[in-house]
Design a protein around this ligand. Structure first.
Ligand code: ADP
Ligand code: MG
Length: 845
């Protein structure tokens, strides 16, 4: 068989004769380079380090060829010609010395550094290198058979990618279970278990040129290997590796089995960061593998996988390699060719191969982008579909007396902001339209969403039908109820008709509850506010036409659907204070129309926020005292306690007692926590709202929605335990009036991440900017709380990549024009993929 170097030599000769026009090989020199490299690598199994080095160098030049201009190409070919000559010399030399008797191995004291000679004629034979042929044969490796145990073949055949991972040959039940902990159940899951990051070990260097700090790969012979125990019981394995140009020391800790795997005389590839010891370069715990195999752990861009106990990087990589080699090409690409072509994406098998074992950074980036696109594309298809379904249902066109509504607005204790006006008129438009409303009202904490919802509900009442407002906590539902009653009073005073308003929470029981059920069923109650109690089966409406879901991020899709199901295609308004950039909102809530309150009621000032040191607690108390002396009120938030409500409540009781006894004996303190009865909670909140309680000690239950404008300071204990969004919500409890307001944060020993959060909340007041920061710090999945919200999990897509989101949206729209129901045969697999995506991954066991 001709040497790969001779082959290449021929091709280059023709290329030179043809004037370096890249026409000699079909598909171009770039493709050929990859092909040739793989072949040559396989042919060089013996692993002569010099030849391998030559191979790498030649390959690197070949890859540059295509992009080069003719003049550069000429120079490249000349350089290549010289390298090939060298390699051929070396091959001849190896062949001739094979027939000669093997030289006795020399002692490996201090090999002479011998830089590669520029002369093709006489490459110095490295003294310490043994001939590859003389190497003891490695254990024969299993042939690359399908990585599936034969017994299971039939099962796998029918299940395909949905086959459970334990069918993989040699994986074993225990490891399959461990993979389960990473969320991997099926072969498909495994293919989509992507590297967390990659290390570039492609830089192949002769040992004498190693520089401290660089990440490199060397190929060489093991001169010596041994182990010793350290004082504290560690086993240190130390090996000396030489490639003829120098010697480098490698150490590994606590891996005694390496003594069996790495034998003196073996050729190995070592990749890692070059360290220094007594002025000499060393590798500490480098990656390594025998030089005669396809390299997985070294000398390439090496993937780093997420791990769990009992799984090692090496195991994962080998497993992945087998799985990707066999399965990637069997994955059918759901993305229709016309989309792939329009956006220049690689096909799915190629993308999967590259994302696990990239040839280079560029194909890796393309692969990741393609896979990320898949996610947001499926997301968009689902959202557009939901929207289409929603809008095709017949909706109620409500008619109401506009003049009465206008008078109700005038009767408010304040003037609506322009943003509130705009949002309200968008909502009213929906109510009148005859198409069911599905609208998101988004606005910063304190921007006044409630009153917009209340006015819309009032219009619905004027139209003669019912509304329901659902809030995530009893406290919040009660507050809405209180506020609505106060509004109704003003409307009555202005001579306007007023609805009957009821509160329905878990705390409302017995006769009272039965009474409310009856009123809802017969229609004499036109507006009900409540918690989850509203979606109990027993609750029935006479004619529910409008549903408001406050703080929608607190509810799952099912709960929203349940409330909606209480009416016949009711109009739905969901409200949230989670500020997401508009484009992002449109993309994520593609099925919703969007109204934004981007303006605060007049006179609001930013809540001055300070992170205090623990020893400044007394100062914080003094500050609270001064605010109270000026007639204001304060919140003190107790830390989040892991464990249970009960423990948290107990801690809050203790803190409350301590504060009352030792810190504020002369002030009126109140306590509120999750374990109190509804009536107790309501009594406390009422007393606080009326100003009878001056300082309210609370567990995190008051996080959302609570509105007592006279409160001007909030002290948050254990602030490091809360997320950014939560802290921002807490802060939103104050600053609800024109008085200057303050947020004080205390944290005993914050982690690094917590410090970053505290700094952010201290300096960033704008909800949008904070959300952006939050997104960056936590990643999209956590940010959206996707699991509980029923939103599919995004593993790859970066939700800050608006460009990609827009691309996916556009593609989904184009698709909807062609084939909205995905019924064309060419979209069958796409339809399956979309369904699978929305069903979500199996929960890790
Ligand atoms: P959020 O959007 O956080 O739910 P709320 O609806 O609780 O905010 O409103 C915050 C406070 O602002 C309430 O006390 C409310 O009465 C008041 N408010 C709402 N709109 C206006 C306005 N246009 N002018 C003055 N105060 C307003
Ligand atoms: Mg609110």
């Amino acid at each position: 068989m001709a040497s790969p170097f001779q082959q290449l030599q021929k091709i280059l000769k023709h290329e030179a004769q043809d004037g370096y026009r890249n026409r000699i090989v079909i598909g171009g020199m770039g493709r050929f380079a990859d092909h040739w490299y793989r072949q040559a690598r396989a042919a060089l199994q013996g692993g002569d380090p010099e030849l391998l080095l030559a191979l790498e160098a030649i390959y690197a030049d070949l890859r540059r060829y295509e992009a080069a201009d003719p003049e550069e190409r000429r120079r490249l070919v000349e350089g290549l010609e010289a390298r090939i000559q060298e390699a051929l010399q070396r091959e001849r030399h190896l062949r001739s010395s094979r027939s000669a008797a093997p030289a006795p191995p020399e002692p490996v004291g201090r090999p002479q550094p011998s830089p590669p000679s520029p002369h093709p004629a006489a490459p110095p034979e490295p003294p310490a290198l043994r001939k590859p042929e003389a190497e003891p044969p490695e254990k024969p490796r299993a042939r690359p058979a399908p990585p599936v145990s034969p017994r299971r073949a039939a099962q796998v055949e029918s299940l395909g990618l949905e086959a459970p991972v334990h069918v993989i040959h040699g994986l074993g039940r225990e490891r399959a279970q461990r993979l389960g902990r990473l969320g991997v159940q099926t072969i498909r899951d495994l293919l989509y278990l992507l590297p967390r990051r990659y290390v570039d070990f492609r830089a192949l260097k002769p040992i004498h040129r190693l520089r401290v700090g660089e990440e490199v790969t060397v190929i060489g012979e093991v001169m010596d290997i041994g182990s010793r125990q350290t004082g504290n019981g560690l086993t240190v394995i130390k090996a000396l590796i030489t490639d003829g140009s120098g010697v480098v020391e490698c150490t590994w800790f606590n891996q005694p089995y390496l003594l069996d795997r790495i034998k003196p005389g073996a050729f190995i590839v070592v990749s890692g960061r070059v360290d220094e010891f007594l002025g000499r370069p060393v590798f500490r715990s480098p990656e390594w593998e025998p030089a005669d195999r396809e390299l997985l752990h070294t000398a390439r861009i090496v993937p780093i996988y997420p791990l769990t106990e009992g799984l090692t990087q090496r195991f994962m990589r080998s497993l992945m390699k087998r799985v990707v080699d066999y399965w990637a090409e069997r994955v059918e690409d759901p993305l229709p060719a016309w989309i792939r072509e329009a956006y220049g994406f690689p096909d799915l098998p190629a993308a999967l191969r590259q994302v696990h074992f990239p040839d280079d950074w560029e194909p890796l980036e393309k692969a990741r982008r393609r896979l990320a696109f898949d996610e947001v594309f499926y997301l968009q298809i689902g959202l557009l579909e939901a929207r289409r379904r929603w809008r095709s249902a017949p909706g109620r066109a409500l008619a109401f007396d506009e003049a009465l509504l206008e008078r109700a607005i005038e009767a408010l204790p304040f003037t609506l902001t322009n943003a509130q006006r705009r949002a309200l008129s968008q909502i009213l438009e929906d109510l009148r339209s005859g198409v069911p409303m599905n609208r998101l009202l988004q606005g910063e904490v304190g921007s006044g969403k409630t009153v917009v919802a209340a006015l819309a509900a009032y219009a619905v009442f004027l139209a003669g039908v019912q509304s329901a407002i659902m809030a995530p906590t009893e406290i919040l539902a009660e507050q809405h109820h209180r506020n609505l009653l106060a509004l109704a009073e003003r409307w009555a005073a202005a001579g306007l008709p007023t609805p009957t308003i009821r509160l329905l929470t878990a705390g409302v029981t017995g006769v009272e509850r039965a009474q409310i059920y009856a009123e809802l069923a017969e229609g004499s109650c036109q507006l009900v506010v409540g918690t989850h109690a509203l979606i109990q089966e027993e609750v029935a409406f006479r004619d529910l036409a409008f549903v408001v879901i406050d703080e929608q991020q607190r509810f799952g899709v099912l709960q929203r659907a349940a409330l909606r199901g209480k009416g016949y295609n009711p109009h739905v308004l969901v409200m949230t204070a989670t500020p997401i950039p508009r484009t992002l909102a449109l993309t994520l809530y593609g099925d919703l129309d969007l109204s934004v309150l981007d303006e605060m009621p007049p006179g609001r000032r930013p809540v001055l926020t300070r992170w205090l040191m623990p020893e400044e607690r007394e100062r914080a108390y003094a500050f609270i005292r001064r605010q109270v002396a000026q007639g204001h009120q304060a919140y003190i938030i107790c830390p989040l306690v892991e464990g249970s409500d009960k423990i948290e409540a107990r801690a809050a009781v203790e803190e409350y007692e301590r504060l009352q006894r030792e810190v504020f004996p002369d002030l009126r303190l109140g306590l509120i926590h999750g374990r109190m009865k509804s009536e107790e909670k309501e009594a406390v909140m009422n007393a606080f709202a009326r100003g009878e309680i001056q300082v309210l000690v609370a567990t995190p239950v008051v996080e959302v929605g609570v509105d007592v404008p006279n409160a001007t300071v909030i002290l948050i204990e254990g602030a490091d335990r809360f997320g950014l969004a939560q802290l921002h919500q807490f802060r939103g409890r104050v600053g609800r009036s024109t008085y200057p307001s303050y947020c004080l944060l205390l944290a005993e020993s914050p982690s690094e991440a917590a410090i970053e959060r505290l700094r952010a909340i201290e300096t960033i007041y704008d909800g949008f900017q904070l959300a952006q920061k939050d997104l960056e710090m936590r990643g999209p999945g956590d940010f959206l709380g996707t699991r509980q919200s029923g939103f599919p999990e995004l593993r790859l897509a970066d939700l800050t990549d608006l460009r990609l989101l827009e691309l996916a949206r556009e593609a989904a729209e184009r698709l909807a024009e062609r084939d909205p129901e995905l019924q064309a045969p060419e979209h069958r697999r796409l339809a399956e993929a979309v369904t699978r995506f929305w069903q979500g991954p199996v929960e890790p066991s």
